[in-house]
Design a protein around this ligand. Structure first.
Ligand code: CP
Length: 319
């Protein structure tokens, strides 16, 4: 595709977490940690740069953390938070929307309810596209957030057992996290869900192909003692075709202090949020609960990612 100057240009995009090598992920984690150590270095690093957040689907954390990340680095932000306030309502295609916005900004973060929309966008857009969640498909920047959180809490990304609990069928955060973590050494998964919400077959195939150990269980209590990380997820009402199924499954798992009695003292409890009732409020004060720290990690890693997409190398080691 052509860049803003009209010449052919190779553009970096992040559609799936596998678009990043482990080396690139390690580098982003290093930048995120450097941001905490030397915040003053980053105050104006994106001066005169612009980010668009194009959210065709609701969000609190992803959109606002992208915006906070860019503002904290001295850049500017524009965009929309719902499809209804864009020309999508007049029938404009995603491709035409991003080509248009690409004339105004340096990088685009987009969320769309349709799986694959960011791929289509990345094929026609002249500036980098970051997938901020596409339907039940992928959510790579949540995964970067999760990897940074795990690395900060555990001081490692290998040699661990991760329990994923709740809606593993439609949960895009779960799909992306499995894709990412199966690339590290000696990581195993315990997949905790009702039969109706098990991970899709293509994810199980990918686990088998990578030789990653995993098992499927229905009771959270059974899995608890062996877990280093417990990743809770919401049963997502918006992904169900049938309200009766949602009502039947919505309270399948509720993590409370009683269930944590069998857990390790160094367990890390995560959740991409928003939560409804799957983690009881009493758990929030337990030192193992890291889901609000995870939110903060999301801002740090998105700052690192924006810099990477813009070709700015604050550590002067990569580019
Ligand atoms: N974790 C996450 O994607 O949250 P939002 O839907 O609020 O962005």
């Amino acid at each position: 595709m052509k860049g803003k100057d009209g010449r052919m240009k190779q553009v970096k995009n992040l559609v799936n977490i596998t678009d990043l090598s482990l080396k690139e992920i390690e580098y982003l984690i290093k930048i995120a940690d450097d941001i905490v150590k030397h915040p003053e270095k980053y105050n104006e690093i994106c001066k005169h740069k612009k980010l668009a957040t194009l959210f065709f689907e609701p969000s609190t954390r992803t959109r606002l953390s992208f915006e906070a990340a860019m503002l904290e680095m001295g850049g500017s932000v524009l965009g929309f938070s719902e499809a209804g306030s864009s020309s999508a309502t007049k029938g404009e295609s995603v491709g035409d929307t991003v080509r248009t916005v690409g004339c105004y900004v340096d990088v685009i973060a987009m969320r769309h309810p349709k799986e694959g929309a960011p791929i289509v966008a990345s094929q026609v857009c002249q500036v980098p596209i970051i997938n901020a969640g596409d339907g039940g498909h992928f959510h790579p920047t949540q995964t970067l957030t999760d990897l940074l959180t795990i690395n900060r809490c555990k001081k490692r990304l290998d040699n661990m057992t991760i329990g994923l609990c709740g809606d593993l069928k439609f949960g895009r955060t779960v799909h992306s996290l499995i894709e990412a973590m199966q690339r590290y050494n000696n990581v195993s998964f315990v997949l905790i869900s009702p039969p109706e919400l098990q991970v899709p077959d293509y994810i199980k195939e990918s686990l088998k192909n990578s030789g990653t150990s995993f098992k499927e269980v229905q009771r959270l209590e059974d899995a608890m003692p062996e877990l280093d990380v417990l990743y809770m997820t919401r049963v997502q009402k918006e992904r169900f075709f049938n309200e009766a199924d949602y009502i039947r499954l919505k309270d399948s798992y509720i993590l409370d202090l009683a269930k944590l009695k069998e857990a390790r003292s160094d367990l890390t409890i995560m959740h991409p949020l928003p939560r409804v009732n799957e983690i009881s409020r009493e758990v929030d004060d337990d030192p193992r609960a890291q889901y609000f720290y995870q939110v903060l990690c999301g801002k740090h890693i998105r700052m690192a990612l924006i810099l990477y997409m813009l070709g700015i190398d604050p550590l002067e080691k990569w580019l």
